[in-house]
Design a binder for this molecule. Structure first.
Ligand code: FAD
Length: 623
């Protein structure tokens, strides 16, 4: 029901406005085009589109839909009703007739701009001061740090500068904590050189690579900013706005599938760093957390190794009131250290498989048919095509790890990088694992994606791995096998999709690959247990039904994709984010099992930052 009193105020939202490709200015334009005004005029039933003032409309979402016969850009638009009526009073009759239609017109949406995290925390602090926080004294919350006197500035160590650590550090520092950010890898400028040496000269630095270093695993990535949390959630919007504050393009706030690309991530991280330093955050690169200092059941500090003295690791101790652990899913040494302190760690399901690479042109033509020409290596009107496939695969042969209750496994594509390249994400030279990255234009001639099958504790048991780190051992087994199958030197074992389905060695020349360190034709059936291989084979045949052309002798499977998400969960209290077994320890992000991607890791960092600020008595409001 429309509230008539408010009908001519505030913001109305129109969604599902489709503009045909030939009329739209193209994927890079997020303003209000004439063609879009025509669509708006149709919904308003306003006869002259050219009379509609474009200032009254804001594009809040733009995505590309190639599924229909006539591919379209699909828009969601906000109407500032007051502005519209003042600029073009003749629209009054049309607006007054407009009724909300499910999924097309929403009325009275809140026009409050949530802002980025910097302004959000400032507002929270101001609200606290209005409430008289200063006079309240020590926080009266219960829990590990609840008696912390707010007259002393609390000292917090944030370990790891991936998205979760960076956002936690930002929130805590904005609330006034004395934050030290410890990162085992190097700042992006130096990390870039190490990655160059890896890709060109095969030199893998253990502490500075595709997983470790400033920005974490997401820096040399595709920079996709999609998340299953929902892009309209206020925390996701605040994270995206914070990225814009640090230099990301405004259009990530509008695109249905926003992405940055490595070239944009690197300068963004530099300005993020600079801002943290201006806030007073001490950032220590080349500094690895080796151990926790514990008194009773409380963390009181960290033992670190750092590279200050000619890259010699030494063992130094520093006291902190709380330690935020944001170490990502490849910090296997850190997991082992936590176990020595009996920190609650449990196994977590994840997925393993291959990275499949197709010529990008093939994916464009599968997804867009005639329109494929419009792609032009990322310079054209429509976005470089992507895909997402998922199927449940029924068990056929003996599958040791499935019991009578569980008859299916899920197989799916993951982290698809259109116009990207396959990269080495190993952190140890005896292991081989891969992932994908891209630059902002997504202009390479390849499209890659993980093609994986879900695994759980039964699979780890089947290989004889038990205990909290069984999943890590499971990963390692296949990473070592892949290194051996490739023949060493980070050469990746590959097989065409058609030969994998036929279980045939790709003897003739394999199609070219974007992977820079070389590929070797092998039989990838030698990698995983048969039941996992069969599940992947069956899934590929189902994917072919969805995307005809997916099965191709030009499609190359690369082994092995193992680090799809964390194999471990570090248990924590849902409200305080504090470890269930160790006071003062705050496990966050992907490595702790609470995120799977750049945005969800950042969001976890934000919530943890607020929760810890509250525990430290720096914040009184709700989280
Ligand atoms: P991480 O980003 O893993 O950061 C952890 C940090 O902790 C690292 O910098 C590490 O050096 C540091 N660290 C570890 N141990 C210690 C220690 N003991 N002492 C000090 N420091 C330590 N996600 C997306 O959403 N979109 C994508 O397009 C995308 N592409 C990807 C491409 C690649 C090649 C990779 C590897 C990942 C990609 N991901 C992508 C996943 C995404 O990067 C991660 O989900 C995300 O970075 C997790 O954030 P995090 O903060 O939890 O951990």
């Amino acid at each position: 029901v429309v509230d008539v009193r408010n009908k001519f105020e505030g913001i109305w939202r129109l969604s599902k406005l489709g503009v045909p490709v030939d009329k739209d200015p193209g994927k890079d334009f997020v303003g209000v085009s004439e063609a879009l005004l025509e669509e708006i005029a149709k919904v308003l039933e306003f006869p002259v589109a050219s009379l509609l003032p474009d200032e009254a409309f804001t594009v809040v979402r733009k995505s590309f839909d190639a599924r229909k016969k006539e591919p379209k850009f699909v828009y969601t638009v906000n109407i500032n009703v007051n502005k519209l009526l003042s600029l073009e009073p003749r629209t009054f009759d049309f607006i007054s007739r407009l009724e909300p239609k499910i999924g097309v017109v929403e009325h009275m949406i809140d026009d409050k701009d949530s802002g980025d995290l910097i302004s959000i925390v400032k507002n929270c602090r101001e609200a606290d001061q209005t409430m008289g926080l200063k006079e309240v004294g020590p926080s009266n919350l219960t829990g590990g740090l609840s008696t912390y006197p707010i007259t002393k500035t609390p000292k917090v160590a944030v370990v790891g500068s991936g998205p979760s650590g960076l956002f936690a550090a930002l929130v805590l520092a904005e609330f006034g904590a004395d934050v030290t950010l410890l990162e085992r890898g190097k700042p992006v400028e130096k990390r870039g050189r190490d990655i160059g040496a890896l890709v060109v000269r095969r030199m893998l630095q253990r502490e500075s690579n595709f997983c470790f270093g400033e920005g974490g695993a997401g820096t040399w990535s595709d920079g996709k900013l999609v998340t299953r949390i929902g892009k309209n959630s206020s925390t996701v919007v605040a994270v995206l706005k914070t990225l814009v504050h640090f230099g990301a393009t405004q259009n990530i706030l509008v695109y249905g599938k926003p992405h940055l690309g490595t070239d944009r991530l690197v300068p963004l991280l530099r300005s993020f760093r600079q801002y943290l330093q201006e806030l007073g955050v001490t950032i220590k690169f080349g500094t690895r957390l080796d151990d926790l200092m514990i008194e009773g059941s409380q963390v009181v500090g960290v033992r670190i190794s750092d590279s200050e003295n000619n890259l010699q690791w030494n063992n130094r101790k520093f006291g902190y009131d709380a330690v935020v652990l944001a170490v990502g899913h490849s910090a296997r040494d850190t997991y082992e250290m936590l176990l020595t302190h009996n920190v609650d760690l449990v196994q977590k399901d994840f997925a393993v498989g291959f990275r499949v690479e197709h010529p990008q042109e093939l994916i464009n033509s599968i997804q867009y048919s005639q329109l494929a020409n419009e792609v032009q290596s990322g310079r054209g009107k429509v976005p470089v095509a992507d895909y997402k496939v998922a199927e449940y695969v029924h068990r056929e042969s003996e599958d040791l790890a499935l019991d009578s209750e569980r008859k299916t496994r899920s197989c799916y594509s993951f982290c698809m990088c259109p116009g990207g390249q396959v990269v080495l994400t190993s952190t140890d030279p005896s292991e081989l694992c891969i992932n994908g990255m891209s630059f902002s234009r997504r202009s390479s001639k390849w499209a890659n994606a993980a093609l994986v099958v879900s695994v759980s504790s039964k699979d780890f048991d089947a290989l004889g791995y038990h205990g909290p780190l069984a999943g890590v051992e499971f990963q390692r087994t296949f990473e070592r096998k892949a290194a051996i199958l490739g023949g060493g030197n980070f050469v990746v074992p590959v097989q065409t999709v058609t030969d994998f389905l036929d279980e045939k060695l790709s003897v003739t020349s394999v199609p070219s690959s974007s992977y820079r360190l070389g590929v070797k034709a092998t039989n990838l059936h030698e990698l995983f247990p048969q039941y996992l291989t069969e599940a992947l084979q069956r899934a590929i045949l189902l994917f072919e039904e969805e995307l005809p052309g997916f099965v191709s002798e030009n499609a190359l499977l690369h082994g092995v994709e193992t680090r799809t998400s964390s194999p471990v969960k570090i248990s924590r209290h849902p409200d305080t984010y504090e470890s269930t077994s160790l006071k003062g320890l705050y496990p966050i992000g992907e490595g702790a099992g609470y995120a799977g991607g750049i945005v969800s890791a950042a969001v976890d960092g934000v919530y943890a930052g607020f929760a810890l600020a509250k525990e430290l008595g720096l914040y009184k409001g709700s989280i």
